[in-house]
Design a protein around this ligand. Structure first.
Ligand code: ATP
Ligand code: MG
Length: 236
């Protein structure tokens, strides 16, 4: 299969009216691994993820996937902090998107059931998705992204507001997806989670990437003063 990676950003910026929110960014994302995006509130993490996913057009500069756009979009998914549920059953939230991608309904439901059991949601299949708890919804949203086995997956603080058990379940799914070849880019505020998951770290501050390092280097020996302060918990 044609790979959509590497994804390359060249001098890419995002501006609203005259205000620059992000960039210029130069970045190459190779295949494989989990990248954690760190930085204070308002740094531009979500904007960077949205730009890379194509939800946000560069105001200047370029973004390039290694494959044509239509293919690139079909091979990636995005999970938001507050998941959007379809007005369907829990099962339908997984199976319906598959059927719209031409999978026969019986097969779509079979695959969806397997995922729901894997997530511990096997007893909720016919319940309306809107009735799930926050943690259950987030698991369902992640499953909906993963069931199509995207090559590239963006996660924007998927565990904010979740308790330890739900967070652990979601981290397990993320690690399994990463191990099976999905490239993961995830923004989080949870430094413990960043340490548990990261292969490498992008540190964003004031709309710029201040540091891109392997996880061990970033956590043990950050290069920039801002990253050092951030890791110490200082306000920056
Ligand atoms: N639609 C918009 N119009 C104007 N400014 C915006 C818009 N969306 C975001 N911004 C601004 O862009 C900057 C970056 O926002 P972004 O949401 O990317 O930050 P973030 O790092 O994800 O923050 P958080 O940690 O709070 O999620 C912020 O200053 C924000 O106020
Ligand atoms: Mg954000």
């Amino acid at each position: 299969m044609v790979s959509i990676l590497p994804l390359t950003l060249s001098q890419a910026t995002v501006s609203r009216r005259e205000k620059r929110l992000l960039g210029p960014i130069d970045l190459t994302l190779e295949a494989g691994g989990i990248t954690i995006v760190l930085g204070p509130n308002g740094a531009g993490k979500s904007t960077l993820l949205r730009l890379m996913h194509g939800l946000e057009k560069p105001s200047s500069g370029k973004l390039r996937y290694a494959a044509p756009r239509a293919l690139a979009y079909s091979q990636q998914a995005f999970v938001f902090q507050t998941p959007v549920m379809l007005r369907r059953s829990v099962l339908g939230n997984l199976s319906y998107p598959l059927t719209t991608h031409k999978m026969p309904r019986a097969e779509a439901e079979k695959q969806s059931l397997t995922w729901l059991k894997r997530l511990g949601l096997g007893s909720h299949t016919s319940q309306r998705a809107s009735q799930l708890s926050g943690g259950e919804r987030q698991k369902l949203a992640l499953a909906r992204a993963l069931i199509r086995q995207p090559e590239l997956l963006f996660l924007d603080e998927p565990c904010a507001n979740l308790d330890g058990a739900a967070t652990r379940d979601i981290e397990r799914l993320i690690i399994e997806a990463g191990a099976s070849g999905t490239r993961i880019i995830m923004a989080t505020h949870d430094l413990g989670q960043a340490r548990r998951l990261a292969d490498d770290v992008l540190f964003v501050h004031h709309g710029l990437i201040h540091e891109q390092s392997e996880a061990a280097t970033f956590f043990d020996n950050p290069k920039t003063t801002e990253a050092r302060s951030f890791l110490k918990g200082d306000l920056i």
